[in-house]
Design a protein around this ligand. Sequence first.
Ligand SMILES: [Zn+2]
Length: 64
Amino acid sequence: MDGILNEVTNTVHKQETGGREFQTVCGVAYNVAADQLRPGGIDQLVTSQSTSKCGRCFDDGGGY
Ligand SMILES: [Zn+2]
């Protein structure tokens, strides 16, 4: 499963399969410039305490 890190908010989103490159399940990418998003494996992106999972993309995420 691939994820997308929003480098502005340090939030990891789940990439929507079959969509465009930076499309996320919750649709946040529509409001963020492409150069502020970093794709990668979810486990790789969630590497620090300051990085959180999007609550709308992940059932175990922390809020919105
Ligand atoms: Zn999200």
